[in-house]
Design a protein around this ligand. Sequence first.
Ligand code: 4AD
Ligand code: MG
Length: 433
Amino acid sequence: MRIRDILSSDYVGKEVTLRGWVYRLRKQKGNAFVLLRDDRGSVIQCVFPSSKLDNVTRESSVQISGTVKQDVRAPEGGFEITGTDLKIFQVSEKDYPLGEYQSAELRLDNRHLVLRTRKMIEIAKIRASMLKFLRQWFSDNEWLEITPPLIVKGSVEGGSTLFKLNYFDDVAFLSQSAQLYLEAMIFSLGPVWSLTSSFRAERSRTVRHLAEFSHLECESPWVSLKDLLQIQEDLIRYTIDKTINERKESLKFLELDSSRFRELAQPFPTITYDQAIEKLKSLDFKTPELDGKSRTVEWGDDLNIDSERELTRKMMTPLFIIGYPTSVKPFYVKENPDRSETSLTFDLLGPQGYGELSSGGMREENLLTLSNRIRQAGLDPIDYKWYLDLRKYGSVEHGGFGMGIERLLRWFIGIEDIKELVLFPRTMSRVSP
Ligand code: 4AD
Ligand code: MG
């Protein structure tokens, strides 16, 4: 029997048996109160005579039988179980390391146990729904899901964040992005998408960078930049709508007001990179420098987290920025034929200062231009021979984008630190548990 069923239909007065774990335990003189958590993460209060729970501890695994009672004072839904029988699978050891108040570090050290808390459970459920609906959108729109390799020879997003790997007698890297492989697939499989881990040796400690993140990427032949924006927008709107609908209880528990997303029905606004720079200048915005000083942003600067925050602070929908300088983007981007110092690229920024959710755009399809760019980026064209082949045999206009799942969750749930949104976060200072 699941707790959820008891909370959602009429079991009052009936005998039930539940299996789970002692989430909280409060012993009083006469009675003891167990908040039982089942294996779906729901909880319900059970009342026993105190003597019956003498050796029970927090997180003990138990089976409880009893009668369902309605009680408005009971936490979680106003139902309670008057316990009649208790079977113990294992008495949890007394030194359970988690209590009410712990430092963030200690909680990260004990992530394998923190996963049992309501907050983490609800985040995991929201994440699962998002993944389900993202997949659903691609499937409904006839994009083919593929599984690219994650052990690779070349960088995609710059050499400085590559994780190096001993690969038998050679060297290889962990994939930063599946993009190049997706590009290879569009010639025979059409619009394709993948969900993989991507790896970045990010040396900075920020609230939005992980060393391993879940990366959703897609690529299609014969699309334009405008098409890509529409695809990205539709995908997000569909996923958020469906997730809100499916996870009402999780949103309630996390005290998330879904009216925050009301404006998502509106088209997402688009501005050019030039306009973004103008706007930042007109706001007299200064970006902090490494030396502690700050300076005005200039055309040619990449937009950092502070500039992104400034641009979307008051917005309630995501914002597209298109036409970044070619120089701030990787070797594969396509130049704007009407203005070669800018590229046919976009970033999507989350509203209310959440910053970059995705990056994408059109890809350079000309063999010569692309080989030159690879060289200019200081990369070895030998490692990209197969990628260059794609520009030799039937090259076509194509493009796509990549979106970090944790970035999407971070905005959706409104949690600042991205580490809280992954079950087992990997960062510069943490690979365990
Ligand atoms: O902007 P990025 O680096 O773009 C690419 O990798 C492209 N090759 C994607 C493509 O066009 N197929 O990464 C894409 C997205 C970012 O917008 C961000 O959401 C997320 O991936 N991301 C990270 N998320 C968490 N931690 C990190 N270190 C991330 N780096 C990128
Ligand atoms: Mg990016």
